[in-house]
Design a protein around this ligand. Structure first.
Ligand code: ZN
Length: 307
């Protein structure tokens, strides 16, 4: 098993070739800079308004970000997670909440989790009666899910792996669609794999959310440079789902359980003095291991049914 060591944050090299890409939603090549003051190379489609990164590195370079250090590094404010594994109890609690919500629209059956990471979500789903499979571009996390929980997980992207068409009742993608080079192809592929009446549920940062608009260039969604190549809104995600054979059945903004310390770190990006005060309070009261459910109302979950 791979030894866990906190390493350098993974990132795309400066000298990598970057090319312009057409709008993934409507195919237009017309674009203008979007929020240029954050320096991330964001553009907005001149035709449909979709926001994305262009020019940008090719798919191989983007996927290369998700090695072991993605799930364990020193600079999670920039890319990846400081220690995904250590956060397991919170991820499992968050997963239970999401599963309860999903089961309002579809009974437990065959589920494919795209971007399954270390398998905490599908392991919880399996406890609730789902037959689960997962895939991830991180070989480390796929192996971790197999070795620790005996889960069926595959290494690769949704568009490169073979699955049986029409065989799944549910496909989930948590914080995935904004990372992939061709999100429309992912959603089309999910439609192929789902049976008629099957359900897709996705979560992604919402660029049109009130917190995103209020924070402007300081929005935490923008902090994750290079990782996030697409910035969805409810409107663009709904259009993509409609175009690929889905009807949206639910839209809501969701949070997650986080350790108090992470909550403090993120708070520090906006209010350093408040974070400092909280840190002092945590130590005094011994609250460092506590978890809180935080809903910043800037992550949108959209659930849609295949026609
Ligand atoms: Zn467009």
């Amino acid at each position: 098993m791979a030894k866990l060591t906190a390493g350098e944050s993974p990132r795309v090299r400066e000298d990598v070739v970057r090319r312009h890409v057409p709008c993934n939603l409507c195919g237009s090549q017309v674009r203008q800079p979007y929020c240029p003051e954050n320096g991330l190379g964001l553009v907005q489609c001149g035709n449909c308004g979709f926001v994305y990164v262009s020019p940008r590195p090719d798919a191989e370079e983007l996927y290369a970000l998700y090695g072991e250090t993605y799930f364990h590094n020193n600079e999670s404010g920039v890319v990846g997670y400081s220690n995904y594994i250590k956060d397991e109890p919170n991820i499992r609690r968050t997963s239970q909440r999401r599963l309860k919500h999903l089961e309002q629209f579809i009974q437990p059956g065959k589920l494919l989790d795209v971007g399954c990471a270390t398998g905490f979500f599908i392991d919880e789903a399996s406890k609730r009666g789902w037959q689960v499979e997962g895939l991830d571009v991180s070989s480390f996390s796929v192996r971790y899910a197999q070795e620790h929980f005996g889960l069926t997980t595959y290494h690769g992207s949704l568009t490169s792996l073979n699955f049986e068409a029409g065989a799944y009742d549910a496909v989930t993608m948590w914080d995935v669609i904004e990372h992939v080079p061709d999100p429309a192809a992912y959603v089309r592929r999910a439609a192929e794999l789902l049976r008629s009446g099957g359900v897709i549920s996705l979560a992604t940062p919402d660029i049109d959310s009130l917190p995103a608009r209020l924070a402007g260039r300081r929005w935490v969604g923008y902090k994750l440079s290079e990782e996030h190549v697409y910035y969805f809104s409810v409107q663009s995600l709904t259009r993509m789902l409609n175009d690929t054979g889905f009807d949206v059945v639910n839209v809501r903004h969701i949070g997650k359980y986080v350790p108090l310390s992470l909550f403090r770190d993120r708070l520090g990006m906006y209010f350093p003095w408040l974070a400092k005060a909280l840190q002092v309070g945590e130590k005094a009261l011994g609250l460092s291991e506590w978890a809180v459910y935080i809903n910043p109302f800037d992550i949108v979950q959209v659930t849609a049914r295949k026609r």
